[in-house]
Write a protein that binds this ligand. Structure first.
Ligand code: HEM
Length: 220
């Protein structure tokens, strides 16, 4: 049972970072699946977006999503600050061994910051971007397809997305395995498989989202 100081304890903060991270991994999968409807066509993508935003439960889902993002960022930042401080003290006694560290694990705070900048710009450009309208099967709805395709007509934005999606892939590829280990999925026989699946998922989201940006560029 978590004690009263669970939220300030080191393990508490790690577990909260891990569980919110897993929730956000779920979001990356759902959002990518929805965005793949861009490949089907404008009507399919717009009808899907319209279905989502006209469901009253969207406000609950958005509140949960925002809470997960904020909690994940705050807890991860606190863990990072705490670890850096602890490492600073230990440094005089023993150098870091470097064992088990990868580019993805060492760059987690940086790829995390890139994602934060990405999401703020992403919401400004898409969620709060231009309101084009279209009609699908007699229903008037927001033309998000037009907005997305127009946005990616600029090759600089496509390049920024590819860069940010590589950061996302690295962040999620390490974060997923790390979260699962924090929650106890740590055993010699399946740890290598968990690592492999996590890295594969990171590669999948990086290629999936970047591929869509490049695809939209060529629709122009
Ligand atoms: C090719 C890549 C992407 C495309 C085309 C895309 C498209 C969109 C669009 C059109 C919206 C607005 C939906 C609406 O207002 O109804 C949206 C919202 C959003 N996107 Fe993306 N997205 C992409 C990648 C990402 C990535 C990588 C993330 C984060 C990991 C992300 C996070 C979000 C969030 C948090 C929202 C707001 C959801 C809400 O408030 O309901 N997106 N995206």
């Amino acid at each position: 049972m978590p004690s009263h100081n669970y939220f300030t304890s080191s393990i508490g903060k790690k577990q909260i970072t891990a569980i919110t991270g897993l929730g956000l991994v779920g979001f990356t999968a759902a959002h990518l699946a929805g965005n793949l409807l861009i490949l089907v066509g404008a009507d399919a993508f717009n009808a899907y977006g319209h279905g989502l935003i006209s469901n009253p439960l969207i406000y609950v889902a958005e509140a949960i999503l925002l809470a997960m993002f904020v909690t994940h960022i705050v807890m991860a930042a606190l863990v990072t600050i705490q670890n850096t401080a602890a490492r600073g003290k230990r440094y005089y006694i023993k150098n870091r061994s470097g064992h088990g560290e990868t580019i993805a694990s060492m760059t987690m705070p940086y790829t995390g910051i890139i994602m934060l900048v990405f999401i703020i710009l992403h919401l400004i450009n898409f969620k709060y971007g231009a309101h084009y309208e279209t009609t699908v099967d007699g229903v008037v709805m927001r033309d998000l397809f037009k907005l997305v395709v127009e946005y990616f007509s600029n090759p600089l934005y496509v390049a920024w997305y590819v860069f940010a999606m590589i950061a996302l892939g690295l962040h999620v590829g390490h974060g997923l395995q790390s979260s699962l280990q924090t929650w106890g999925l740590n055993h010699p026989s399946y740890t290598p498989k968990v690592k492999m699946i996590s890295v594969a998922y990171g590669v999948l989201v990086a290629i999936g989202y970047s591929g869509l940006a490049v695809y939209c560029y060529f629709l122009n």
